[in-house]
Design a protein around this ligand. Sequence first.
Ligand code: ADP
Ligand code: MG
Length: 336
Amino acid sequence: MSIRRLPENLVNRIAAGEVVERPASALKELVENAIDARSRRIAVRLMGGGIDGIEVSDDGCGISRNELPIAFERHATSKLPDEAIEAVNTLGFRGEALPSIASVAQVRLESRVAGEDGWSISVDNGRATDPVPAAIPHGTRVRVTGLFERVPARRKFLRSARSEYAACLDLMRRLAMARPDVGFLLEHDGRTIFNLPPDQDRPTRVAALTDRDLKANSIAVDLERDGVVLGGIAGLPTFHRGIADHQYLFVNGRPVKDRLLTGAVRGAYADLLARDRHAVVALFLEVPPSEVDVNVHPAKTEVRFRDPQLVRGMIVSGLRQAIEREGHRSSQPAAA
Ligand code: ADP
Ligand code: MG
């Protein structure tokens, strides 16, 4: 028996199983790359729920010709600080997304660094072409088509275009809420879903992406304790929903879906809502980096807190205080 190394394209395809589960997960990686490139505007165009095509264009720093092929190499990243991995402040740093996506789809990436020529590279299920000149504005445009076409075992797990689109829309809302300083355009099958300018303030951005009536039916949350800051808005207990999808939670600027946090929200409203009803919230938690590990999983929607009870307590009391304050205010007679 001899021990052999796995060929690179097989390694990438295996890793793709972790990073790229469905169109929304590929989309997440591409938009996070655009954000990390310090883009001011990001445009996302989806076809058929992202199954038929995903295109992400940005006006960020771009990739120069020599680095284009490296961007598709495994574990190649421009984002790792020289020493401490703890110092990473970008959304990515593992250098896995592009090679993974490109191992299970056709990817065409065009990019231009300001003041340089533009170049384009195509990778078809792991096989890359040499860069060729491309005329594009500065920034980067990535197109992904034929996702899982050559991986039938994965393709058959894709749901309908409609539910893949729903996952993409949910993701885009969360990313756009996390970064009101960045402009986001979302199109699906040629239809504009939202088009948000850069430099919005947080309440305006949240309002643009949530239920139209939330603004009139919510209260501001604002609490600071032991260096942890909690802000955002909470729906009134009278403004509830049948599903928990309308809970938007962020830790240090990243959208998260975390049991501890959703449990805390549930706890705060426990006595105020029927069991099958869910509050609507957009909560932004700022925690010192030493208190939280946001890199638990490659998909990175879970977080691990050093002091989970502190965080839980803050969410529960932040929400309760806000709700009680509102209760007092509205039960007082209006001034004559
Ligand atoms: P990571 O984001 O973890 O570094 P990726 O595989 O997602 O790994 O991307 C590899 C590299 O390609 C990035 O480190 C970055 O240098 C470059 N890159 C990817 N997308 C973009 C983009 N939209 N703009 C500029 N550079 C990009
Ligand atoms: Mg990345």
